[in-house]
Design a protein around this ligand. Structure first.
Ligand SMILES: C[S@@+](CC[C@H](N)C(=O)[O-])C[C@H]1O[C@@H](n2cnc3c(N)ncnc32)[C@H](O)[C@@H]1O
Length: 356
């Protein structure tokens, strides 16, 4: 029988309590106007949301249940809701491309990320995927994220703490190159799942094969078919994994209005490809594919071709990353401050930015 004292209702998983109940100071709220335009504000006692058509006092939102519709000073109506994870990751401070919610959902399900799982991830980037992975492993799980650039790790930390309302008990971040650092920090065969979102996952093959337990899942997210192909061929050539499988997902929204029910005119046509393989037991020989491609090797010239510029990654300066990291950490703190202090902090941040 369940012990009522430890039931989820009385002892909710990390971050759950702050996603329920009336609006509280410091929370982020999504305001949608009658034209469907959305703005996200952090509730501050004494604060206000201004437009050219009047303003809405934060104090009129604080204490209301989610879903309340409120008029501003000129009668414009606003629907108030807490942003969902999918809203948050698309609007949070970021320094590089984030994994979109549609791909994060695929990674969690097809990567078989289960409550209590031991997962390693790289790179952490802005932390969008880390948030979904943390939700999936839960408080009793373990997510160890590796990132080579400290500025990204700071951005991710700010974003994770904003959505969970503080540090997550299952999360650990380490700086350095995954392929070296994971071997220092994780025992061989101790990891259930490996999730990579980076330029060159093939460089991590040996490290993944070392830390992944037999049967463990390795899932990769890559932006281009050239990365996909090189990773798949490296996995095949290694022999310690099952046959790799690849796919992409496309989500097409629908317009729903009276008899005009049809797909939206615009969609996000491409985000990335997913590629999985599972670790075989030591000593096992993989099943050989019946039809092998005629040529799977890359020439030396090919091997030097994968640079951030070549695969279309935009170079992000350290200065810009430091600014986004400040934004990400001040998102957590600003909501809890009185309005004058929050304003003063914004001014101070602007001055620091000019100095850097
Ligand atoms: C596209 S971003 C990751 C985005 C992240 N998944 C998200 O959803 O916000 C790629 C990140 O991988 C990092 N990276 C690339 N190669 C790495 C490696 N070998 N080890 C650790 N981090 C790496 C980069 O610095 C960058 O932050």
């Amino acid at each position: 029988m369940n012990n009522p004292a430890s039931s989820p209702a009385e002892n909710p998983p990390h971050g759950a309590a702050s996603r329920r109940g009336p609006f509280r100071p410091g929370e982020r709220v999504q305001l949608t106007d009658e034209k469907g335009r959305m703005n996200t504000v952090t509730l501050t006692p004494g604060g206000a949301f201004h437009t050219h058509k009047g303003f809405l006092l934060h104090d009129t939102i604080i204490g209301q249940p989610e879903g309340t519709v409120l008029p501003n000073t000129t009668g414009q109506l606003y629907q108030t809701l807490r942003p969902l994870l999918s809203d948050f990751v698309l609007s949070m401070p970021r320094g590089a491309a984030v994994v979109y919610p549609k791909d994060a959902a695929q990674i969690v399900t097809m990567g078989d990320i289960f409550p209590g799982a031991r997962v390693v991830e790289a790179g952490v980037g802005s932390g969008a995927l880390s948030i979904s992975l943390l939700r999936a492993v839960g408080d009793a799980g373990y997510l160890h994220s590796f990132e080579r650039r400290p500025e990204f790790a700071e951005i991710a930390k700010g974003n994770v703490e904003t959505i969970f309302g503080g540090p997550h008990p299952a999360w650990r971040v380490s700086l350095g190159d995954f392929q070296e650092q994971v071997l220092v920090e994780e025992e061989p065969g101790s990891v259930d799942r490996v999730v990579l979102d980076m330029l060159a996952p093939w460089e991590c093959l040996d490290a993944v094969a070392t830390v992944l337990a037999p049967g463990g899942v390795w899932i990769n997210y890559v932006a281009t078919v050239t990365q996909l192909s090189r990773t798949a061929e490296a996995i095949r050539a290694d022999g310690r994994f099952t046959e790799p499988e690849a796919w992409e997902s496309m989500v097409r929204g629908w317009h729903l209005e009276g008899l005009a029910v049809r797909p939206d005119h615009r969609m996000v046509a491409h985000t990335g490809f997913l590629l999985t393989a599972r670790r075989l037991a030591d000593g096992a020989t993989g099943l050989v594919q019946k039809r092998r491609p005629s040529k799977t090797d890359f020439s030396d010239e090919d091997l030097n071709a994968w640079t951030p510029q070549a695969v279309g990654e935009r170079e992000v300066s350290d200065k810009r990353l430091r600014r986004v990291a400040r934004d990400a950490s001040s998102t957590i703190q600003r909501g809890a401050l009185p309005p004058e202090e929050a304003q003063a902090r914004r001014e101070a941040e602007k001055d620091t930015e000019k100095d850097t």
